[in-house]
Design a protein. Sequence first.
Length: 341
Amino acid sequence: MTHILPDSSALDEALQAASRGWPVFPVVFAVGAGGKVTKRPAIRAAHDPGHQCRGACGQLGHGHHDATTDPDVIRRWDRVYRPGGWGTSLGPAGIVVVDLDRAKGSRPDKVLPDQGDTPTPAGIADGDDVLCWAAELDGADWPPDTYTVATQGRGTHVYLSAPPGLVVTSGAGLASALGWCVDVRAHGGWVVTPGSRCPSGSWDVASASPVAPLPGWLLVRLVRAGRVPALAPPRPAPPVVRVPTTSTTGPRRAYMESVLRGELDAVANAIEGTRNDTLNRAAFNIGTLLDVAGLDVRTTANALLAAGLHCGLTEAEAKAAIRSGFAAGSRQPRRLAGGAA
């Protein structure tokens, strides 16, 4: 396998991205059999595959969750990891990237999820054509004047700003995004930062225009595709999750129960794209209090599990997140003022 050497222009673009408030992290590229280029975070994973931690353990090695806007950290990572490029973490940046791909294989009969019996125009050959047609059907224009990146695969990344306070999640293809060869990279996802290079090409700024707001017609399509959980039909009210009993007394007991209730409510109300991370962080926070609060581990874990199941996680996902959070939190026990841990 051939590894790609770092490029100084990639660091410059990473620092530019960070100056805009877009967190970045180092990425390495490699060429495998058949010339296929793979990309992965340069920082070695902190846990074994399948581990659910998203950084609550305090270590580096959590993919795009490591991303930062600190220029000193970025320069240090460049010296230590010598990455071939960088990745931009989109959720913290408040950015939605519409990823327009070239066709891979033959075009399907239907290219839009809500196309119905409307025939696909003969000239549609890639993701850009699909979205242009979608805009035409909605009486809108595409593409907007916005920050745009030409990708190494001859596709396009169109950057748009998410509405304040609204979480847009990532999705791919007809089933969960906007259409054939049209993917959505947003909360929970990342894209390669421009300036990055690999043997098959580079990611280059095609338009340095300011990032435009997400158009209303496109937001409607994202809602239909299930990519905007907050605008989906409301879930039933959270179940009454019993707060685990704490052995503390007086004001401390009230404080502990308030902390536990807050963490359980946050998990029960977590939306798609944030659920696993919210549960993992709650388990970590409670894990730091297990000893000082005199909490029963099994009872507390069951309360977290009930909240995790309510918000939509599977039992396996929830148990893994709780186990990981408890383990990390118990290694960093908290002390309360006026008493020992």
